[in-house]
Design a protein around this ligand. Structure first.
Ligand code: SF4
Ligand code: FES
Length: 327
């Protein structure tokens, strides 16, 4: 099945969504996502950041779709033509979505643990306005302890439902969810019941903003002062493949390993996440390959290597360095 996204045509299997097809092409054309999460069933369709314009529905029916569609929930049809970054209307509409997502947000990035790895922060920089047009008081909530490891700042929540899907699909018994609707909707644990099962910590990793934070890491440091390292251990509950976040010799936090879309590769158990904070608990595999554009790459030596490699490549391309062609 052929689909063209921002002028690039790709063959995809039946049942592929526009978002998945765009991700196959690459990050240049892939729409941002705040609620979709590939490993969580029925995720997506809540936040509208992934909207795109379908300028040709299919080869059989070349009519455009009248409104922007959520790419994470729309399947590709053969001959479909889609515009994302090449369509100004889409970019304008996405700006509107970001403005709505930020309407009640406290804009407390300077004191938020998610700063530097927050998808809403990135989205705000890429598509947001520098000012707000909202004149009403923002929603206010008390901070809530969800069990001994997790803190909820409802003011930062964008109601993406990812944490609810994690609780539904990964843990035995969900004790939290979204209550009320519309303006009054909020994540609640129904009288603050604790989430105590083995995989509940994953709600922290899937939360795209700083609404659910790790109480063992809160306020310890800014994330760009830490050094991420890939590590593993024999674990009976999960794969034991994690990312350790060091400051000096100390492991400040343990998370799942995230891919280029910011989604964890393996969900990890609470024992690995919260109770194994000694280097001797882990088999170290090596430094994480941090994206050069990420704020986390600041001052990291493997980033310097990457930079050197790029300079070398450029010099080779310009003919300053001869490539040795001997076998
Ligand atoms: S707490 Fe985080 S993961 Fe849960 S709905 Fe809110 S933003 Fe999404
Ligand atoms: S990512 Fe598609 S609607 Fe949220």
């Amino acid at each position: 099945m052929k689909v063209t996204i921002d002028g690039i045509t790709i063959d995809v299997p039946k049942g592929t969504t526009i978002l998945q097809a765009a991700r196959m092409i690459g990050p240049e054309v892939a729409p941002p996502t705040m609620c979709y999460y590939s490993s969580l069933k029925t995720s997506g369709g809540y936040c509208r950041t992934c909207i795109v314009k379908v300028t040709q529905g299919s080869a059989a029916n070349p009519n455009p779709m009248p409104k922007p569609v959520a790419s994470c929930r729309t399947e590709v049809m053969d001959g479909m033509v889609v515009e994302n970054v090449t369509n100004n209307d889409v970019l304008e509409a996405r700006k509107g979505v970001v403005e709505f997502l930020l309407i009640n947000h406290p804009l407390d990035c300077p004191v938020c643990d998610q700063a530097g790895e927050c998808h809403l922060q990135d989205l705000g920089y890429e598509h947001g306005l520098a000012t707000t047009r909202y004149e009403f008081p923002r929603r206010e909530f008390d901070k809530i302890d969800i069990g001994k490891y997790i803190k909820l700042h409802m003011t930062r929540c964008i109601l993406c439902y990812r944490c609810v899907k994690v609780a539904d699909q990964l843990t035995d018994k969900r004790v939290h969810g979204v209550i009320h609707r519309g303006d009054a909707a909020e994540i609640s644990t129904y009288i603050e019941n604790v989430i105590e099962n083995d995989f509940s910590g994953n709600v922290i990793d899937v939360c795209p903003v700083g609404a659910l934070t790790d109480k063992t890491f809160r306020f310890k440091t800014r994330v760009w002062f830490t050094k991420p390292v890939e590590a593993s251990r024999e674990c009976k509950k999960c794969t034991g493949r994690v990312r350790l976040w060091y400051k000096g010799d100390e492991i400040l936090r343990v998370t799942g390993r995230k891919d280029q879309w910011g989604e964890v590769e393996d969900f990890i158990c609470n024992e690995c996440r919260f109770e194994k904070k000694k280097t001797s608990d882990w088999k170290i595999e090596g430094p994480t390959n941090v994206n050069r554009h990420s704020v986390i790459s600041q001052n990291h030596y493997n980033n310097l290597n990457e930079l050197k490699l790029q300079v070398l490549k450029q010099q080779k391309a310009l003919g300053f360095i001869q490539i040795d062609k001997r076998p």
